[in-house]
Ligand binder design. Structure first.
Ligand code: ATP
Length: 303
């Protein structure tokens, strides 16, 4: 085998409930993830020495290509853990907005794990890859699993949900990303921890049931993101985009830690029409049409 091409999906959080930080410093989450059919591709090509290199095309050409890049870290993790003697040249084709709250870096790590697992004949199971992925970042296991899932812990403890109907989305992405740690810092300064028990994280049980019943109206009503208010403090323009997007479709929500805004529409053709209207209303934003739930990280081509 000379090269393996793998793809991994972006995610949107239909709900993102955030608890006060635990002693270890992390915020416990209760979230519902949906994978979208916006994929990053990673092509892994074998090289004769032990080097791990990376090039990026599409979005994110300014991203680091050394071990600060999650794709490189993912290849190095497999290489070291399983004493793989050879290296790999990675080539990412990036379509997932960078620092957009859609897990783009995690998707690249997920696709790299899947591609190198095949290229190096490691024969690791999906569960094993998800466990390794959790060492790289808390969204990596979901990018491997895909589809629809309930996440707890830091978002890495996953339970797949039954898929009912397909969902049509309109995604509004900004040119300038938002730093996830900055949004969590603002979340901490807004929260009144004196009144909130340290263990309390609001749950997403009703939303999970609405999804499994394919009740889109209830899904829309129950969509929630606890990071919206803190993100608005850092970037007031997100509130404006969200308010305008709320006029369309079933419901609009900020994705993850923002600044991306996602609109859930009734069906494919309604979503296409909404995308047209929003791109005229916000010429400075990039408007994407996406559908979900989409597959998790998978091999596309083996050469
Ligand atoms: P999340 O939703 O998981 O919080 P995000 O979608 O907001 O993530 P990413 O696109 O994953 O954000 O990027 C966050 C930061 O991670 C970037 O600013 C970049 O410095 C770093 N990073 C490392 N590797 C990658 C990669 N392969 N693609 C994108 N960002 C990467």
């Amino acid at each position: 085998m000379r090269s393996v091409l793998a793809s991994a999906p972006a995610k949107v959080n239909l709900a993102l409930r955030v608890g006060p930080p635990r002693l270890a410093g992390f915020h416990p989450l209760d979230t519902v993830f949906e994978a979208l059919d916006i994929f990053d591709d990673v092509e892994a090509t074998s090289v004769s020495d032990s080097s791990v290199t990376l090039s990026i095309s599409g979005l994110g050409e300014d991203l680091p290509v050394d071990s600060r890049n999650l794709a490189v870290s993912a290849a190095l993790l497999l290489q070291e853990r399983f004493a793989v003697p050879t290296g790999v040249a990675l080539r990412i084709t990036k379509r997932i907005p960078v620092a957009g709250g859609m897990a783009g870096g995690s998707a690249d790590a997920a696709a790299t794990l899947v591609a190198c697992n095949k290229l190096w004949n490691l024969d690791l199971s999906t569960d094993q890859l998800m466990e390794l992925g959790a060492e790289l970042g808390s969204d990596v296991p979901f990018c491997i699993l895909g589809s629809l899932a309930h996440g707890t812990g830091r978002g890495e403890v996953l339970r797949p949900l039954k898929v009912g109907v397909m969902h049509s989305w309109v995604i509004l992405t900004q040119r300038q990303g938002l730093s996830t740690p900055e949004v969590f810092r603002e979340f901490d300064s807004l929260m009144d921890y004196v009144r909130i028990p340290e263990t309390l994280v609001p749950d997403t049980q009703d939303l999970q049931e609405a999804l499994e019943d394919s009740d889109l109206e209830a899904v829309g009503r129950l969509m929630v993101n606890d990071l919206e208010q803190p993100a608005f403090v850092v970037r007031p323009d997100i509130r404006e985009v969200l308010r305008a997007a709320q006029e369309y479709g079933i419901r609009a929500i900020m994705s993850g830690s923002g600044p991306t805004v996602a609109v859930l529409a009734d069906d494919f053709s309604t979503a296409d029409a909404i995308a047209g209207k929003l791109s005229r209303q916000f010429p400075e934003l990039t408007v994407l049409r996406a559908n979900g739930p989409a597959a998790g990280a998978h091999v596309q081509v083996v050469r």
